[in-house]
Design a protein around this ligand. Sequence first.
Ligand SMILES: Nc1ncnc2c1ncn2[C@@H]1O[C@H](COP(=O)(O)OP(=O)(O)OP(=O)(O)O)[C@@H](O)[C@H]1O
Length: 130
Amino acid sequence: MESKNNRSFVSWTRLKKSFYYASQGIAYTWKNEQNFRIHTSAAVVVFVAAQLLNVSAAEQALLAVSIGAVLCLELLNTSIEHITDLIIQTFDERAKIIKDTAAGAVLVFSATAAVVGMIIFIPRIVHILF
Ligand SMILES: Nc1ncnc2c1ncn2[C@@H]1O[C@H](COP(=O)(O)OP(=O)(O)OP(=O)(O)O)[C@@H](O)[C@H]1O
């Protein structure tokens, strides 16, 4: 087997493999986690709304970072759920704490992203309506 020290600086085969494995993790989460599907769909709606409402490039960048962070947290939460189930197969208060706090992290950042979205979109919507 190739030693890690002998590897070239950039191996396209390894790079392709790492993209493939990462996309499998994303596809698994999409198939199995309703919240991930909801957040991804919300991201598409936000992106389209940003184009229609002439949201500035800087604000779109802020929205992209907020949405990207929520989706990353969803993926990490899925990973934590699986690690927990692998290690703890019985009902255990510690498993509950691990899963609930990981879910709490997703919730806190989702709320933060929603606030960012409201700050950006509400004035524009109000301007159109009144
Ligand atoms: N082994 C366990 N011991 C104690 N409580 C657990 C255990 N596994 C899950 N729980 C509790 O049940 C809740 C739901 O757990 P579950 O693994 O079904 O995750 P979930 O939030 O339903 O995930 P999903 O998003 O996949 O539906 C957890 O947040 C936790 O409070």
